[in-house]
Design a binder for this molecule. Structure first.
Ligand SMILES: Nc1ncnc2c1ncn2[C@@H]1O[C@H](COP(=O)(O)OP(=O)(O)OP(=O)(O)O)[C@@H](O)[C@H]1O
Ligand SMILES: [Mg+2]
Length: 384
């Protein structure tokens, strides 16, 4: 071998050694990176599975095996369809074909809830997010899978318990209404046996007030939430009842109702209903000696309060009347119910009688400071 050839040969050996070193380093780096990925995948609390673009399983972590109940050998290289109920298999394979031709997949980039098939044949719910990625022009799909069996069970327990509580609430309102009707019927019996006009009037008024409250409970058990009633419906029925109990014929006293579609709780609806009962009854009884005129009821919500108007275009209140200290109960009751609502009352007598009441929705609060007893009390809450 000539000296020249020898030198050239030696250079080539050095280059080859360099290349081998480079390869070794790359291999070590690759191994390290694979180890890091494995550690990450194995420490994950969700199942992870990677397939090729035909849906064959290439990689999976320990949790995935636990979720589906298979061993490593049973999963490696198999079709992912073995982890899904039969009805999903065709659709899954179609989506993979679709992705190959159009680059589109219905589930990519989304978190969806679906069902899986365990080795023991049990179907269970899981949550899955799917991603697609490319390496050396080959497409891979990776899915992160979370078994949500317990969450679903807890959800269905909560739903069951809500339905039970709603049924209980409905039953309570139903019974309260029935009890009020029983008291009202008892009063009716007594009315038939009293002879003094004054006593009859007192009993009838009390009966009217009871019926007004019973109607709140009736509307509540007919409502969907059992805690809030549709105030418009309630007022329409209440006014109808008041007019028919006073035998107001059509064509005599007219009513105009402008009630916003508001849901109201029982704590607010009862005092409101009682106020409307007193004021509309007064208009029917006192405002129209000629039995001709209009009663107007409005309820409007503003940003932080409600405004209730009960008005008539009748003869107006007697000039010297003081709401707080009337000898009769009706207007006194209105005054104290407005206080109960923490509301403000304005009286306008420029054209008949107009009561304007502004207030907030009340909320019932239980004071649990003492464990042996608690006091129910009313508080106002800014809701509107
Ligand atoms: N809308 C009205 N128009 C004209 N007068 C009214 C009107 N409302 C009340 N009044 C007068 O004010 C009085 C006091 O009313 P209030 O409601 O306190 O008593 P009442 O209706 O007579 O009896 P009750 O205690 O059964 O309600 C009435 O007796 C009536 O003279
Ligand atoms: Mg009255």
């Amino acid at each position: 071998m000539s000296r020249e050839t020898e030198e050239q040969f030696s250079d080539e050996i050095i280059e080859m050694k360099k290349e081998i070193m480079k390869c070794k380093k790359t291999k070590i780096a690759l191994k390290k990176s694979e180890e890091r990925f494995r550690t990450f995948a194995e420490s994950a609390t969700d199942g992870i599975v990677t397939t090729d673009d035909n849906g064959n399983i290439l990689f999976f972590n320990k949790i995935l095996k636990q979720i589906f109940g298979y061993s490593t050998d049973e999963l490696s290289g198999k079709s992912l369809t073995m982890l899904m109920p039969a009805k999903f298999r065709k659709g899954y394979l179609n989506e993979l074909e679709n992705y190959k031709s159009s680059g589109k997949h219905r589930l990519l980039g989304k978190t969806v809830q679906t069902t899986g098939l365990r080795k023991d044949g049990k179907i269970f719910p899981f949550e899955m997010s799917l991603s697609a990625w490319k390496s050396n022009k080959t497409t891979y799909f990776s899915a992160i899978i979370r078994d949500i069996t317990e969450r679903k069970q807890a959800e269905s327990e909560i739903k069951k318990s809500i339905v039970e509580k709603e049924n209980l609430l409905r039953e309570i309102h139903y019974r309260v209404k029935n009890n009020m009707h029983i008291i009202s019927s008892l009063l009716n019996l007594q009315i038939q046996h009293v002879h003094e006009e004054e006593s009859e009037k007192v009993l009838k008024d009390t009966q009217g007030r009871l019926d007004t409250m019973a109607m709140v409970h009736k509307n509540l058990y007919e409502s969907s939430s059992f805690t809030k009633l549709n105030f418009k419906d309630y007022v329409e029925k209440l006014v109808f009842e008041i007019l028919s109990s006073h035998r107001v014929n059509s064509g005599t006293i007219e009513t105009e109702l402008d009630i916003e579609d508001i849901e109201m709780n029982m704590e607010t609806a009862i005092p409101c209903g009682l106020i409307i009962n007193e004021l509309v009854t007064n208009s029917v009884k006192h405002a129209f000696p000629e039995l001709k005129g209009t009663i107007r009821i409005e309820l409007k919500s503003f940003q932080d309060e409600l405004e209730l108007i009960v008005a008539d275009n009748g003869i107006g209140l007697p000039k010297n009347i003081h709401l707080k200290i009337t000898e009769t109960i009706g207007l006194q009751l209105v005054y104290s119910l407005v206080n109960q609502l923490n509301g403000k009352l304005k009286l306008d007598m420029s054209n008949g009688t107009e009561f304007k009441i502004t207030f907030n929705e009340l909320e019932y609060e239980r004071d649990f400071k003492s464990s042996s007893s608690y006091n129910g009390r009313m508080v106002t809450k800014n809701k509107y």
